[in-house]
Design a protein. Structure first.
Length: 262
Protein backbone atom coordinates (compact mmCIF):
# COMPACT_ATOMS: atom_id res chain seq x y z
CA UNK A 1 0.00 0.00 0.00
CA UNK A 2 1.31 3.42 -0.96
CA UNK A 3 0.89 6.35 1.40
CA UNK A 4 -0.11 9.81 0.20
CA UNK A 5 3.47 10.95 0.82
CA UNK A 6 4.85 8.15 -1.36
CA UNK A 7 2.48 9.00 -4.19
CA UNK A 8 3.28 12.71 -3.93
CA UNK A 9 7.02 12.02 -3.96
CA UNK A 10 6.66 9.75 -6.99
CA UNK A 11 4.56 12.37 -8.81
CA UNK A 12 7.11 15.08 -8.08
CA UNK A 13 9.89 12.82 -9.28
CA UNK A 14 7.95 12.13 -12.48
CA UNK A 15 7.42 15.86 -13.06
CA UNK A 16 11.16 16.40 -12.61
CA UNK A 17 11.91 13.71 -15.19
CA UNK A 18 9.58 15.31 -17.72
CA UNK A 19 11.11 18.72 -16.95
CA UNK A 20 14.57 17.26 -17.60
CA UNK A 21 13.39 15.88 -20.95
CA UNK A 22 11.86 19.23 -21.93
CA UNK A 23 15.09 20.99 -20.95
CA UNK A 24 17.10 18.55 -23.09
CA UNK A 25 14.77 18.99 -26.07
CA UNK A 26 14.98 22.79 -25.83
CA UNK A 27 18.77 22.59 -25.57
CA UNK A 28 18.82 20.39 -28.67
CA UNK A 29 16.58 22.84 -30.56
CA UNK A 30 18.88 25.72 -29.63
CA UNK A 31 21.84 23.67 -30.83
CA UNK A 32 20.15 22.94 -34.17
CA UNK A 33 19.37 26.60 -34.81
CA UNK A 34 22.86 27.70 -33.78
CA UNK A 35 24.58 25.00 -35.81
CA UNK A 36 22.55 25.73 -38.96
CA UNK A 37 23.52 29.38 -38.61
CA UNK A 38 27.14 28.35 -38.09
CA UNK A 39 27.13 26.41 -41.37
CA UNK A 40 25.94 29.52 -43.20
CA UNK A 41 28.39 31.65 -41.21
CA UNK A 42 31.43 29.67 -42.33
CA UNK A 43 30.21 29.32 -45.92
CA UNK A 44 29.05 32.94 -46.34
CA UNK A 45 25.60 31.78 -47.36
CA UNK A 46 22.07 32.55 -46.16
CA UNK A 47 22.89 34.40 -42.92
CA UNK A 48 22.88 38.13 -42.11
CA UNK A 49 26.38 38.07 -40.61
CA UNK A 50 29.00 35.66 -41.90
CA UNK A 51 32.71 35.08 -41.41
CA UNK A 52 33.53 37.67 -44.11
CA UNK A 53 30.64 40.14 -43.85
CA UNK A 54 29.88 43.19 -41.78
CA UNK A 55 32.03 45.99 -40.45
CA UNK A 56 34.48 45.33 -37.69
CA UNK A 57 37.57 46.48 -35.86
CA UNK A 58 40.85 47.46 -37.48
CA UNK A 59 42.70 44.28 -38.46
CA UNK A 60 45.18 43.99 -35.53
CA UNK A 61 42.37 44.22 -32.99
CA UNK A 62 40.09 42.06 -35.12
CA UNK A 63 42.78 39.38 -35.16
CA UNK A 64 43.14 39.46 -31.37
CA UNK A 65 39.37 39.42 -30.87
CA UNK A 66 38.83 36.48 -33.22
CA UNK A 67 41.60 34.39 -31.68
CA UNK A 68 40.18 35.07 -28.20
CA UNK A 69 36.70 34.00 -29.35
CA UNK A 70 37.98 30.71 -30.78
CA UNK A 71 40.11 30.16 -27.67
CA UNK A 72 37.04 30.68 -25.48
CA UNK A 73 35.10 28.07 -27.46
CA UNK A 74 38.03 25.64 -27.40
CA UNK A 75 38.59 26.00 -23.64
CA UNK A 76 34.90 25.61 -22.80
CA UNK A 77 34.45 22.68 -25.17
CA UNK A 78 37.51 20.79 -24.00
CA UNK A 79 37.21 21.55 -20.28
CA UNK A 80 33.57 20.49 -20.01
CA UNK A 81 34.26 17.32 -22.01
CA UNK A 82 36.88 16.02 -19.57
CA UNK A 83 35.88 13.28 -17.16
CA UNK A 84 37.39 15.09 -14.17
CA UNK A 85 35.16 18.11 -14.87
CA UNK A 86 32.07 15.94 -15.40
CA UNK A 87 32.62 14.17 -12.08
CA UNK A 88 32.59 17.52 -10.25
CA UNK A 89 29.86 19.00 -12.46
CA UNK A 90 27.41 16.22 -11.52
CA UNK A 91 27.36 17.49 -7.93
CA UNK A 92 25.63 20.60 -9.34
CA UNK A 93 23.86 19.35 -12.49
CA UNK A 94 21.78 16.13 -12.32
CA UNK A 95 23.12 13.31 -14.47
CA UNK A 96 20.10 13.16 -16.85
CA UNK A 97 20.70 16.75 -18.00
CA UNK A 98 24.51 16.89 -17.72
CA UNK A 99 25.04 16.27 -21.45
CA UNK A 100 22.19 18.61 -22.45
CA UNK A 101 23.76 21.36 -20.33
CA UNK A 102 27.08 20.81 -22.07
CA UNK A 103 25.30 21.09 -25.44
CA UNK A 104 23.47 24.25 -24.32
CA UNK A 105 26.61 26.00 -23.07
CA UNK A 106 28.60 24.97 -26.15
CA UNK A 107 25.85 26.29 -28.43
CA UNK A 108 25.72 29.58 -26.53
CA UNK A 109 29.49 30.06 -26.86
CA UNK A 110 29.28 29.19 -30.58
CA UNK A 111 26.48 31.75 -31.02
CA UNK A 112 28.66 34.31 -29.23
CA UNK A 113 31.53 33.53 -31.60
CA UNK A 114 29.31 34.08 -34.66
CA UNK A 115 27.82 37.25 -33.25
CA UNK A 116 31.09 38.91 -32.18
CA UNK A 117 33.33 37.67 -35.00
CA UNK A 118 35.36 40.47 -36.63
CA UNK A 119 35.83 40.05 -40.39
CA UNK A 120 39.27 40.55 -41.94
CA UNK A 121 38.46 40.61 -45.64
CA UNK A 122 41.88 40.79 -47.30
CA UNK A 123 41.96 37.94 -49.82
CA UNK A 124 44.56 35.16 -49.44
CA UNK A 125 43.39 33.20 -52.48
CA UNK A 126 40.46 33.30 -54.88
CA UNK A 127 39.58 30.53 -57.32
CA UNK A 128 38.38 31.92 -60.66
CA UNK A 129 37.50 28.68 -62.46
CA UNK A 130 33.74 27.95 -62.28
CA UNK A 131 34.46 24.22 -62.26
CA UNK A 132 36.98 24.46 -59.42
CA UNK A 133 34.64 26.79 -57.52
CA UNK A 134 31.81 24.30 -57.89
CA UNK A 135 34.03 21.46 -56.67
CA UNK A 136 35.10 23.41 -53.60
CA UNK A 137 31.50 24.34 -52.76
CA UNK A 138 30.50 20.67 -53.15
CA UNK A 139 33.41 19.67 -50.92
CA UNK A 140 32.28 22.21 -48.33
CA UNK A 141 28.82 20.64 -48.12
CA UNK A 142 30.33 17.16 -48.18
CA UNK A 143 32.25 18.09 -45.02
CA UNK A 144 29.03 18.99 -43.22
CA UNK A 145 27.38 15.80 -44.51
CA UNK A 146 30.22 13.75 -43.01
CA UNK A 147 29.72 15.53 -39.67
CA UNK A 148 25.99 14.74 -39.72
CA UNK A 149 26.45 11.09 -40.70
CA UNK A 150 29.12 10.61 -38.03
CA UNK A 151 26.70 11.76 -35.30
CA UNK A 152 24.22 9.04 -36.29
CA UNK A 153 26.71 6.18 -36.56
CA UNK A 154 26.64 5.71 -32.79
CA UNK A 155 23.77 7.59 -31.16
CA UNK A 156 22.84 11.06 -32.37
CA UNK A 157 20.40 11.65 -29.53
CA UNK A 158 22.81 10.41 -26.88
CA UNK A 159 25.46 12.77 -28.24
CA UNK A 160 23.11 15.70 -27.66
CA UNK A 161 21.71 14.60 -24.31
CA UNK A 162 18.17 13.51 -25.19
CA UNK A 163 18.71 9.80 -24.58
CA UNK A 164 20.08 10.52 -21.09
CA UNK A 165 16.97 12.55 -20.21
CA UNK A 166 14.67 9.83 -21.54
CA UNK A 167 16.39 7.06 -19.58
CA UNK A 168 14.72 7.76 -16.18
CA UNK A 169 11.30 7.75 -17.87
CA UNK A 170 11.84 4.57 -19.88
CA UNK A 171 13.97 2.82 -17.21
CA UNK A 172 16.16 0.93 -19.70
CA UNK A 173 18.75 -1.56 -18.50
CA UNK A 174 22.19 -0.04 -18.01
CA UNK A 175 24.59 -1.04 -20.78
CA UNK A 176 28.36 -0.71 -20.54
CA UNK A 177 30.06 1.10 -23.44
CA UNK A 178 30.94 -1.30 -26.25
CA UNK A 179 33.86 -0.62 -28.59
CA UNK A 180 32.57 -0.45 -32.18
CA UNK A 181 33.88 0.98 -35.47
CA UNK A 182 30.92 1.45 -37.85
CA UNK A 183 31.50 2.41 -41.53
CA UNK A 184 33.30 5.78 -41.53
CA UNK A 185 35.14 4.80 -38.35
CA UNK A 186 36.85 2.05 -40.31
CA UNK A 187 38.43 4.77 -42.49
CA UNK A 188 39.37 7.36 -39.85
CA UNK A 189 39.11 7.34 -36.09
CA UNK A 190 37.45 10.76 -35.97
CA UNK A 191 35.24 11.25 -39.05
CA UNK A 192 33.31 14.09 -37.42
CA UNK A 193 36.49 16.12 -36.99
CA UNK A 194 37.50 15.28 -40.56
CA UNK A 195 34.17 16.68 -41.74
CA UNK A 196 34.75 19.90 -39.82
CA UNK A 197 38.24 20.29 -41.30
CA UNK A 198 36.91 19.83 -44.83
CA UNK A 199 34.14 22.39 -44.25
CA UNK A 200 36.52 24.92 -42.69
CA UNK A 201 39.10 24.76 -45.48
CA UNK A 202 37.01 24.14 -48.63
CA UNK A 203 36.29 27.62 -49.93
CA UNK A 204 36.85 29.24 -53.35
CA UNK A 205 37.75 32.54 -51.66
CA UNK A 206 39.94 32.45 -48.56
CA UNK A 207 40.16 35.71 -46.64
CA UNK A 208 42.57 36.45 -43.83
CA UNK A 209 39.73 36.20 -41.31
CA UNK A 210 38.61 32.83 -42.67
CA UNK A 211 42.22 31.62 -42.69
CA UNK A 212 42.64 32.63 -39.04
CA UNK A 213 39.47 30.71 -38.23
CA UNK A 214 40.57 27.62 -40.19
CA UNK A 215 44.08 27.57 -38.72
CA UNK A 216 43.07 28.09 -35.09
CA UNK A 217 40.17 25.64 -35.40
CA UNK A 218 42.50 23.03 -36.90
CA UNK A 219 44.91 23.51 -34.01
CA UNK A 220 42.08 23.10 -31.53
CA UNK A 221 40.83 19.95 -33.29
CA UNK A 222 44.30 18.41 -33.15
CA UNK A 223 44.67 19.20 -29.44
CA UNK A 224 41.11 18.14 -28.64
CA UNK A 225 41.53 14.89 -30.55
CA UNK A 226 44.66 14.07 -28.58
CA UNK A 227 42.82 14.63 -25.28
CA UNK A 228 39.83 12.60 -26.44
CA UNK A 229 42.07 9.72 -27.49
CA UNK A 230 43.56 9.57 -23.99
CA UNK A 231 40.04 9.20 -22.57
CA UNK A 232 39.20 6.50 -25.13
CA UNK A 233 42.34 4.52 -24.30
CA UNK A 234 41.39 4.70 -20.63
CA UNK A 235 37.86 3.52 -21.45
CA UNK A 236 38.60 0.77 -23.99
CA UNK A 237 42.22 -0.16 -23.26
CA UNK A 238 43.99 -2.49 -25.71
CA UNK A 239 41.03 -2.53 -28.09
CA UNK A 240 41.52 1.16 -28.75
CA UNK A 241 45.32 0.89 -28.88
CA UNK A 242 45.01 -1.70 -31.67
CA UNK A 243 42.52 0.57 -33.40
CA UNK A 244 45.01 3.45 -33.22
CA UNK A 245 47.66 1.32 -34.91
CA UNK A 246 45.43 0.17 -37.75
CA UNK A 247 43.26 3.20 -38.57
CA UNK A 248 44.34 6.78 -39.30
CA UNK A 249 43.33 9.53 -36.92
CA UNK A 250 42.16 12.14 -39.46
CA UNK A 251 43.64 11.49 -42.92
CA UNK A 252 41.76 8.63 -44.64
CA UNK A 253 43.69 5.52 -45.59
CA UNK A 254 46.92 6.80 -43.99
CA UNK A 255 47.85 4.14 -41.46
CA UNK A 256 49.79 5.04 -38.37
CA UNK A 257 53.47 4.08 -38.35
CA UNK A 258 55.22 3.22 -35.14
CA UNK A 259 56.01 6.39 -33.24
CA UNK A 260 54.19 8.68 -35.70
CA UNK A 261 50.67 9.98 -36.38
CA UNK A 262 48.87 11.55 -39.32
Amino acid sequence: MHTATDLKTRALRRIGQFAALLYSLLSYLFFLLTFLYFMGFVGNVGVPKSIDSGTGLAWPWALVSDILLISLFALQHSLMARKSFKDRWRFIIPAPIERATYVLVSSAVLALLCGLWQPITSVVWKVESPVATGLLVALYWLGWAIVLVATFLFSHFELFGIKQALAPLLRPALVNPVFRTPTLYKVVRHPMYLGFLIAFWATPEMTVGHLVFALTSTLYILIGTHLEEKDLVTLFGDNYRRYQKNVAMLLPFVRRNSGSED
